[in-house]
Design a binder for this molecule. Structure first.
Ligand code: AMP
Ligand code: MG
Length: 485
């Protein structure tokens, strides 16, 4: 443990706030843990030498089996609204913050029960952990803010879900894991002192420029709303669906947080629900931007006692829609390879989306191939046309698009390069994750590593991995992902 503990600061600024914000809790060891995957990027960001990653100490530390002597892992309390309903106290039921590396908090997910487990076993299954590990790294590759994953360890220990499954531990990393629900917790407990302590902590650590603002708490709410709006625009732009946008899964830093039954849009349908447990479709693709705003309002409610007035709270929230629209417009312009912005573009985009829905076009493939279309000839049209059942509708839209490109004298090669730099070729499709999971369940971890490497560079052609950019096979379309993890 001597070697690794050199790289891990054993306390965090948040941990220093002490109880009752978080509680010391040792991890519960797993039988014979093994290393499944590592992110080289994260080793580097955490300033851990790559040579450490193969060591027994590394596996022991990041499975929760052994901690450096003075290590005091902590579990954090928070509350939240789940599916729109106040759920009361939740907290890190299976997460433990180990310390800090490279200035980032390092957290084990699945390392055993905590005071906040509420009867749960404190474990995470291999299936959901592979998904979290891969998606964390895929989102980073896409340039979308999110928590990261340093490594994945596993054990043959079985836990019960719908059926017995083996366990794993994801080591995730972020500047902070504070959630909207962390604030709601103190608000609904009528503890204004702790609410203020938490807000002051977040401002001084992560938003120091807001300290001199006339009302720093209103400024915090404004900033978090803006980040959240931008995050929603980024999710929509790559077809990412989170699946469980409860306020306890919303990061105060505007990060994608808590990867569960997420999905990437395949056959375009704005009402797609990626989470099998979400029967009402509260968290469907089309709902996400509005839910992001709803969640910011829940945060606003919690910060109200600090902000001081309803008017100032509402004012801090009032820019959300504008921030979302502005970022969304810019992202769609870029996806379409348009250099200028015209008033008529909104109509072009709306008709594109309804054409995509009518043709059940694969979201990722559509935009990637759109970059291949030529302004002045139809030689590449077949790349998209062949995917369409309603070709007349497609031709009609493409004609509009082509006229739009001609109007700004768009240059094919330039536009293609720009579009390929923002329309990914590779996303973590459910079937890719599922293949990696099934191989891992047979102790073959090569598919996880290959997916990680491909998804780290989603905009690169990587022609040798074309099959990872293909439409899902029939079995892959039918995968249903639930909250069970
Ligand atoms: P999630 O849906 O993963 O965001 O989890 C919602 C809440 O349930 C959080 O407080 C988690 O810590 C807790 N939780 C989820 N799974 C478990 C588990 N297996 N054991 C204990 N707590 C859990
Ligand atoms: Mg959660």
């Amino acid at each position: 443990m001597t070697l690794l503990s050199d790289y891990l600061r054993l306390t965090t600024a948040f941990g220093d706030l002490g109880e009752p914000f978080s509680t010391p809790q040792l991890a519960t060891p797993l039988p014979s843990p093994y290393l499944i995957a590592v992110s080289p990027d994260m080793l580097s960001l955490c300033q851990i030498p790559p040579s450490c990653a193969g060591s027994a100490d590394f596996t022991e530390l990041f499975s929760g089996n052994q901690s450096p002597a003075s290590c005091q892992p902590r579990a954090t309390v928070y509350s939240g609204h789940q599916f729109g309903v106040w759920a009361g106290q939740l907290g890190d039921g299976r997460a433990l913050t180990l310390g800090q590396a490279g200035g980032l908090e390092v957290q084990l997910k699945g390392a055993g029960p905590t005071p906040y487990s509420r009867g749960g076993d404190g474990r995470a299954v291999l299936r959901s952990s592979v998904r979290e590990f891969l998606c964390s790294e895929a989102m980073a590759g896409l340039g979308i803010p999110g928590t990261r994953a340093l490594c994945l360890t596993g054990s043959d220990k079985l836990v019960m879900r719908e059926q017995p499954e083996t366990t794993a531990v994801v080591t995730r990393v972020a500047p902070s894991f504070v959630r909207f629900g962390s604030f709601e917790h103190w608000y609904y407990n009528n503890d204004e002192n702790r609410l203020k302590q938490l807000a002051d902590f977040v401002i001084s650590q992560y938003y120091p420029e807001l300290r001199t603002h006339a009302n720093p708490y209103a400024a915090l709410l404004h900033e978090v709303s803006e980040r959240t709006a931008h995050l929603m625009a980024q999710w929509q732009s790559v077809g990412f669906m989170h699946g469980v946008m409860n306020t306890d899964n919303m990061s105060i830093l505007g990060l994608t947080l808590d990867y569960g039954p997420f999905g990437f849009m395949e056959a375009y349908n704005p009402h797609h629900i990626c989470n099998h447990s979400d029967q009402q479709g509260r968290y469907s693709y089309a709902m996400q931007p509005g839910i992001g705003q709803w969640n910011c309002h829940a945060l606003g409610q919690a910060l109200l006692p600090l902000i001081g007035s309803v008017e100032e709270t509402q004012a801090a929230l009032s820019d959300y829609q504008n921030a979302y629209q502005t970022r969304q417009t810019a992202l769609w312009q870029a996806k379409l390879g348009l250099r200028s912005q015209l008033r008529t573009d909104a109509g072009l985009i709306a008709s594109m989306l309804s054409m995509m829905q009518a043709n059940q076009l694969d979201f990722t493939i559509f935009f990637r191939r759109l970059g291949e279309i030529h302004t002045n000839d139809t030689s590449m049209d077949h790349l998209l046309r062949d995917l369409c059942a309603d070709r007349a509708l497609f031709d009609h839209w493409l004609n509009q698009y082509r006229m739009r490109l001609q109007a700004e004298s768009s240059i094919d090669a330039q536009r293609r390069a720009a579009m390929h730099a923002c329309n990914p070729k590779y996303v973590l499709r459910n079937y890719l994750a599922q293949r990696a999971i099934e191989a891992a369940q047979q102790k073959d971890y090569s598919e996880i590593e290959l997916c990680r490497r491909i998804l780290a560079h989603p905009f690169d052609e990587q022609a040798e991995y074309d099959t990872y950019a293909a439409l899902p096979p029939d079995w892959g379309r039918a995968i249903s992902v639930s909250c069970s993890s």
